[in-house]
Design a binder for this molecule. Structure first.
Ligand code: HEC
Length: 268
């Protein structure tokens, strides 16, 4: 994207600085403050969560995800690429998990352009595997945060398929596609910026293959993070939530909509 867009996303740097301060002060990082209590009013006592994980090959996962996109779109493709392999390596409870149910994540949830299904799918998978954010183990949400942050900053797609999906091949999609930085995990912004840069419509085969590749890129990323976590090598990038810093849920891209006049949220 243009340089202008990069400066618009400047608050990321502020966020990084804020993070260092927060870490130094030993402040617990949390999205909206609270931890999940293990024994909830409904189901808490019978739920088995988190689920066992065995390391997966990120490149293989990405290839599976890329092709799954053509069946169930971004969110369910990311989930299926991980859950499908764990069905074979682990069995239950993955065997019973209805991954295709998450097809609704497509188009930022049924075409509403909210969160891109790829990070949504990755976060569902990470949360299944790492479990609730309890006081002793806050990693689940950190991986989720890292996925969203990475998604916002990466020139996507980072993944290029070894072999084009037959549908893409038939439609003449080139092997190399335009990449763009979304500065946001929102489908609307991510796909919109790409469509503008590539001058392709939503219906074009190139846009479809781009989204299949974005899903695959995200599946690759989350498996990389999960593998590191599995080996005890995972280190959170130290995300501090926008809610915490600005008193309103958001994505550190305030100026993209508000310009220089970012309103202050009521405090207290
Ligand atoms: C995608 C566009 C978009 C982004 C990005 C965005 N906002 Fe907003 N924000 C809005 C809109 C639209 C409203 C509603 C404005 C209204 O009702 O007049 C709003 C409302 C608000 C409000 C409520 C008070 C008010 O004056 O309307 C606050 C506070 C606010 N935004 C702060 C922020 C902050 C801080 C960020 C960055 C962390 C941010 N916004 C990012 C679009 C955005």
């Amino acid at each position: 994207m243009s340089e202008e867009k990069k400066t618009v996303f400047e608050p990321t740097r502020r966020q990084v600085l804020a993070t260092t301060g927060a870490m130094a002060a030993g402040v617990a990082l949390s999205q909206l403050g609270g931890f999940v209590s293990k024994a909830g009013a409904t189901g808490g006592k019978t739920e088995k969560w988190p689920w066992p994980y065995k390391k997966l090959d990120p490149a293989k996962t990405a290839e599976i995800c890329y092709n799954e996109w053509y069946r169930v779109f971004c969110g369910a493709a990311v989930i299926n690429s991980v859950v499908g392999q764990l069905r074979e390596k682990v069995g239950e409870p993955y065997t019973s998990f209805p991954a295709d149910a998450f097809v609704f994540l497509e188009g930022g949830q049924l075409g509403w352009g909210t969160i891109c299904g790829s990070p949504a799918g990755a976060n569902i998978v990470a949360s299944l595997i790492i479990g609730p954010r309890t006081a002793g183990d806050p990693d689940a949400h950190h991986i989720g945060n890292d996925v969203m942050q990475w998604y916002s900053e990466a020139a996507l797609p980072t993944f290029t398929p070894k072999e084009l999906n037959p549908k893409a091949k038939k439609a003449g999609v080139p092997h190399k596609l335009q990449t763009t930085v979304s500065n946001s995990p929102l489908c609307h912004l991510s796909v919109g910026k790409w469509m503008k840069a590539a001058n392709k419509s939503l219906k074009s085969p190139e846009r479809k293959d781009r989204c299949a590749r974005v899903a695959a890129s995200t599946a690759y990323k989350v498996v990389e993070l999960l593998n590191a976590w599995h080996d005890g090598d995972y280190e959170s990038s130290g995300f501090v939530s926008c809610a915490k810093e600005n008193g309103i849920t958001g994505q550190f891209n305030c100026m993209e909509c508000h310009g220089d006049d970012v309103p202050e949220a009521p405090q207290g």
